[in-house]
Design a protein around this ligand. Sequence first.
Ligand code: NAD
Ligand code: WQD
Length: 343
Amino acid sequence: MVKRVLVTGGTGYIGSHTVVELLEAGYDVVIVDNLSNSERSVLKGIEKITGRRVPFHKADCQDETAMRRIFRQHGFDAVIHFAASKAVGESVEKPLLYYRNNLSSLMNILTLMRECGVPNLVFSSSCTVYGQAEKLPVSERTPRREATSPYGNTKHMCEDIIRDSVAAYPEIRSIALRYFNPIGAHESAEIGELPRGVPNNLIPFVTQTAAGIRPMLSVFGDDYNTPDGSCIRDYINVTDLAKAHVVAVARMTEGRMKAPFEVFNIGTGRGVSTLEVVRTFEKVNNLKLNYKIVGRRAGDIEAVWANPSYANEELGWKAEKSLDETLRSAWKWQQHLDNKKHK
Ligand code: NAD
Ligand code: WQD
């Protein structure tokens, strides 16, 4: 029987790429999104790539009644819960919005999973839970650090809520995927990241600068204790990341989990500096980027990258796409957006 997966936040950046990979792997998918940080037009992009129209509910995961209706209407085998507010800076200004949205959405999902007999949850966690680790790369056994933002704290708390819930309620189980820095877009350029306003993240800022939407990229700091002085991250292609979710759903629905709550790092295992990103972007797309070095950004950590061997060996998942290919896809997506605007 075809398995049916509820994808919350499914019109968002990572959610939309995951929906495509789920459909291509033969799953049925239902999307719930409140469109607070995405557009309905994403559904068209998904349809163009896959040839399938995905059932969509505009609903808020905080609305337990609406969500109950959706759970009862469809009957799911698994939930992938992406829906959350995710801007670190905004979370400092509006902590209650972040705690309310990210915690109560998750608690509703867990409640309804129990009530409606849906055993499996994949949860979007983040490398933010490691903070600045003492030893690099970080493995799943690296201790989590106290969060430096309300957003980061919600990921920490959500992991704990899931851990405690699966321990108390044997009818549910969960895999938390700790993403490193997802970047790039689907190779078709039909879907990608849609930042609203001035982007916070590096890659959309880079592509918007290359497109002339922003005059200049600021590289935050060149005095870190790294080979070229700029920060180091583990940039993971969004399609590779999406595939990790498909593998996680299969592991759960096929009864291959080794514990009721499992955590995996989803990264490439390669640390790349901000300046290396800039230079690679210029090289693979054959253009010059306007950038300057400025002071450090408050709250930035110096360096983090994953040890992904547990995911490689245990999940059978591995990041495949190169940084070159990924940065080409990011630029192609930006050009697609610009073309659409001028039509
Ligand atoms: P996104 O903002 O593009 O997608 C999230 C989607 O959830 C959006 O479409 C938004 O409209 C929706 N949403 C938010 N609150 C909702 C609610 N209460 N009910 C229904 N829909 C709601 O973000 P993304 O980058 O795709 O991130 C997806 C998940 O991955 C989030 O949980 C995020 O915290 C996590 N994550 C993201 C990154 C990253 O760098 N992008 C890294 C680590 C973890
Ligand atoms: C990457 C690097 C910046 C913008 C954030 C969240 C984290 C996770 C991923 C969700 C850093 C540098 C950036 C710019 C720059 N999200 N940079 N100029 O900070 O690693 O992580 O997104 O869980 O929780 O904190 O990602 O893309 O903002 O920055 O020099 O204009 O690029 O200093 O070194 P970050 P990012």
